[in-house]
Design a protein around this ligand. Structure first.
Ligand code: ADP
Length: 269
């Protein structure tokens, strides 16, 4: 009957659409795999020559005598550039590890206040700018990967520094809440336009108020940082107003107090 024919043709159409969707999905997956492979191979290949290059520069620095100031300045400048390159390539490597699910945390009890104080001390020594730290009296323990959480803090502080005019203070505040710890990094810099705020955590995304000419960067730092927070079962969020400043907040699950009590004394000291 006509009715049956219509039903058959509708079913055939649906089947054709399903087959086409499956093909598109296969192609998209293959394209993603190509990107993943490219990122992985490129970042490893870029990284390999950097280690000997860096060692070579260290050796040269040691051998240059005090009466060769021009040579020394050149070597020091090259060292800074190689360090920058290492930083960029490390970000590419991390992004590629995250893509393939190969970034694994080494968790151990960690006191957040101490970590924050140490990281900020480094920034104070490196940059002429007021850095303020506010930590609670109580200790704030989390199960964390020290190196990775330090990486997040460094990234947030570098951004705060990069996207703020000279002299503007940067504040890092640790908060101990019910079941969670929060670390806020606040600046009074260029801020992030509202329309870009939800996207800056995506890889390679940069807000429209930054240009490569004014601010270098790959746009990977926040993607890596929020992924690290998520791997800790936490989050990285943002409050910002364009032209006024930004506050990034990392939230982490806090260790329960009975777990903290069971920590060995040498860890607690
Ligand atoms: P990058 O700094 O290399 O571009 P990120 O992933 O760290 O990469 O940051 C992504 C984007 O988010 C930046 O390009 C910038 O537009 C914006 N952003 C990040 N931190 C800040 C900040 N503290 N102030 C203003 N904009 C920021």
């Amino acid at each position: 009957s006509v009715r049956e024919l219509e039903l058959w043709s509708a079913a055939a159409n649906q089947l054709a659409v399903a087959v086409e969707n499956a093909r598109l999905l296969r192609e998209a997956k293959a394209a993603l795999q190509v990107r993943e492979d490219f990122m992985s191979i490129a970042s490893h290949e870029l990284k390999t020559p950097l280690t000997p290059l860096k060692l070579g520069l260290y050796t040269m620095e040691r051998r240059i005598s005090a009466n060769q100031p021009v040579e020394l300045a050149t070597v020091l400048k090259s060292k800074r550039q190689v360090d920058r390159l290492v930083g960029l390539v490390d970000d590419l490597l991390d992004a590629s590890r995250l893509d393939s699910g190969k970034l694994e945390l080494k968790l151990a009890p960690l006191e957040v206040g101490q970590l924050v104080a140490e990281v900020v001390d480094h920034f104070r020594a490196a940059f002429e700018r007021p850095f303020t730290v506010e930590v609670p009296r109580d200790r704030v323990w989390v199960h964390g990967d020290r190196d990775r959480l330090e990486q997040v803090l460094v990234n947030l502080l570098e951004n705060a520094h990069k996207y703020s005019p000279a002299g503007e203070p940067i504040t890092v505040r640790v908060e101990k809440l019910e079941g969670e710890a929060r670390i806020h990094v606040q600046d009074h810099g260029i801020g992030i336009p509202g329309a870009d705020q939800s996207q800056v955590f995506q890889r390679f995304y940069r807000a429209r108020n930054v240009s490569h000419r004014n601010f270098g960067g790959l746009g990977l730092g926040l993607f890596i940082s929020s992924s690290i927070a998520k791997l800790h079962r936490g989050s990285l969020t943002l409050a910002s107003s364009e032209g006024h400043g930004s506050t990034f907040t990392m939230t982490l699950p806090r260790m329960a107090s009975h777990e903290v009590k069971r920590l060995p004394r040498r860890v607690l000291l």
